[in-house]
Design a protein around this ligand. Structure first.
Ligand SMILES: [Zn+2]
Length: 483
């Protein structure tokens, strides 16, 4: 009896939540059995994808003048206390270290939930003159938040991200940075990973605590909820004043700096990769971030055949390697069918199948995961075809994802239409009064529909009546259920 792989047993469209859990476990992304809630073990397949995603962001950040740093995991309580709104916002989520060995600590230490108050303490020492600006630093780390409900890659008590903390002499430069951050997200999340999103200006009550303005990217998960995958914040001078970060300008005058911070949510980008591109067979990875881009499966039924097949496999492997393609010959003691299923589950974008016929006739059977389709490619054209396919696969994933995303954004004119659209899992576009009470009332009545914000270039004006309360509307907003 051939050994059967236990694949995904539910359909993505029928039971998304269960599908997601099965992909996370069966594709070897995470083990949730670690015995502290909200802390997961990141398995090799996930870590190799994550390293690629980090690479894409870090390359782009460094290209635009950022440098890497690593700040301490612990932040003393007094740093937190310095910015009032920030501390109010984050306190309920902080893990505190209060003891060490047999000693009670004199002051509590927070495990960073985000690192503004660590960075800015030091920025106040480092920045003295206009010559020290701009200062653009980032770190790729995990952060810690005491979340009540947790889900791998979506909401955790420990999760991975990047945080960039930038400092400027003028507000204008800071605002330009906010744009650059959005461009950074677009280049990686959309261009390289094919995940569509809307960058929205969050309403005042949903800002990052301590920021003047928050801009965040929402993508849509197939269960009809949006997922924030990246955000950038205009911090104005709030932290500058709280931490006394000043510089002497060219005329010798002391001034407060202007600051921004930016956080691509690596964890949630993984969740989006799984959810947006995945299918009933499992993960579907874009070529650029696939840990293995081409898997080579030898197919033989005798020792004699094995020799020839393996020789061709090795030749192909070396050719791919020379061309910078991450590849692997799967020599495990399993049937070819089992291996096919296993790599399909893991989302490897391209597969070579090499058997007797491929050797006799001088071609490679090339399989692409996104369309589950095979083609014959002559031996000497196979590397070129791999690079073509890399693009074709990405374009196909982008097109499909964009279609799904855009077809799920609808404009509504009435309360009834709104309620119906939210039930169907849509992102709703509507006129809105701008009042927090109205947003709160709508959220409760619709079981979770939240005002996500306005488009970036949006101008306040007269937009008829608020779809929810009927008062005059000053905004056009996007509304959706959210993770
Ligand atoms: Zn209203």
């Amino acid at each position: 009896m051939p050994e059967k792989i236990i694949g995904i047993t539910v359909k993505k469209a029928e039971n998304f939540s269960e599908w997601f859990t099965q992909v996370v476990t069966k594709a070897g992304l995470a083990d949730q059995r670690y015995n502290v809630q909200g802390f997961i073990v990141h398995m090799p397949w996930a870590m190799r994808i994550i390293k690629q995603i980090y690479r894409l962001f870090e390359e782009e950040l460094e290209r635009t003048g950022h440098e890497p740093v690593l700040f301490p995991l612990v932040i003393p309580e007094e740093n937190f206390e310095r910015e009032k709104e920030h501390v109010e916002g984050f306190k309920p989520e902080v893990f505190w270290v209060t003891e060490a060995g047999d000693d009670k600590l004199e002051r509590k230490l927070a495990l960073r939930p985000t690192s503004e108050t660590a960075f800015y303490q030091m920025y106040s020492l480092w920045i003295t003159s206009w010559r020290d600006l701009p200062l653009k630093l980032y770190q790729s780390v995990s952060v810690y938040r005491y979340e009540k409900t947790t889900r791998p890659f979506i909401r955790g008590r420990e999760f991975l991200w990047i945080e960039a903390h930038d400092v400027f002499a003028t507000h204008r430069q800071a605002l330009r940075q906010v744009k650059e951050d959005m461009e950074n997200s677009r280049k990686v999340i959309w261009e390289k990973l094919g995940i569509p999103f809307l960058f929205l200006r969050r309403p005042p009550w949903d800002k990052f605590k301590g920021a003047e303005d928050t801009y965040a990217a929402d993508t849509l998960v197939p269960d009809g909820r949006v997922l924030q995958i990246s955000s950038t914040h205009d911090l104005g001078q709030r932290f500058a004043k709280a931490f006394e970060i000043t510089y002497v300008d060219k005329k010798g005058k002391r001034r407060y700096v202007w600051q921004t911070c930016y956080g691509p949510g690596i964890w949630r980008i993984v969740a989006a990769l799984i959810s947006v591109h995945g299918d009933d067979k499992g993960l579907v990875l874009p070529f650029d971030v696939a840990p293995i881009q081409v898997v080579i499966i030898p197919i033989y039924y005798s020792d004699e055949a094995k020799k020839f097949v393996m020789r061709k496999c090795r030749r192909l492997y070396l050719k791919l390697k020379r061309n910078g393609v991450r590849s692997l010959i799967d020599t495990r003691d399993k049937t070819p069918g089992w291996k096919f299923n296993d790599w399909e589950l893991k989302g490897v974008p391209i597969r070579f199948e090499i058997g007797k016929r491929e050797i006799e006739q001088g071609y490679v059977t090339v399989f692409r995961r996104d369309l589950m389709k095979r083609e014959k490619v002559e031996d000497d054209k196979v590397v070129d075809r791999v690079f073509e396919l890399a693009n074709e696969i990405l374009e196909n994933l982008k097109e499909k994802a964009k279609k799904f995303f855009e077809s799920n954004i609808v404009s509504v004119k009435s309360k009834k239409e709104l309620e119906k659209a939210i039930k169907q899992g849509k992102i709703v576009k509507m006129s809105f009064c701008g009042r927090e009470e109205c947003a709160e009332d709508m959220r409760e009545a619709t079981n979770g529909a939240k005002v996500r914000g306005t488009e970036l270039d949006f101008k306040e004006g007269d937009y008829g009546k608020c779809v929810w309360c009927g008062e005059p509307a000053k905004y056009i907003v996007y509304v959706a259920k959210a993770y």
